[in-house]
Design a protein. Structure first.
Length: 124
């Protein structure tokens, strides 16, 4: 049984790596890249494909972090928190919501602060 989880984890990491490579090579609209990745992540999340959604959000976060795009960093973290919450992983959901909240707060993003606060309160 453990071998199945190891194989599944390895496949997920390989898939995430391929997604990262694809977007680093093929994306021409670098300014809109995080928003597009987040949008694709949201669609995957709505379809219940959580691993794929997580991969999109993670790539969006890494790209935003590299470019000091704090709003999209927070958005990606917030959506990762939603994925964790959907999978009943309360501890990680709380962590990602708190990280997103901190970035929203430091940048005065009122809407982000409000939605993250609501999500944190729903974990109680």
């Amino acid at each position: 049984m453990e071998i199945i989880f190891l194989i599944g984890g390895a496949l997920f990491l390989a898939y995430a790596g391929v997604l990262m490579l694809y977007y680093n090579i093929h994306s021409k609209e670098k300014k809109n890249r995080p928003q597009k990745l987040i949008a694709k992540g949201v669609m995957s999340h709505r379809r219940g494909v959580y691993e794929k959604a997580y991969a999109y959000f993670k790539i969006a976060y890494e790209y935003s972090e590299k470019n000091h795009d704090y709003y999209n960093m927070a958005e990606a973290l917030y959506h990762i928190g939603l994925v964790c919450q959907e999978q009943h992983d309360v501890e990680n959901a709380r962590y990602f919501f708190e990280e997103a909240y901190q970035i929203y707060y430091e940048n005065g993003e009122e809407r982000g602060i409000d939605k993250t606060q609501i999500s944190l309160n729903s974990l109680l």
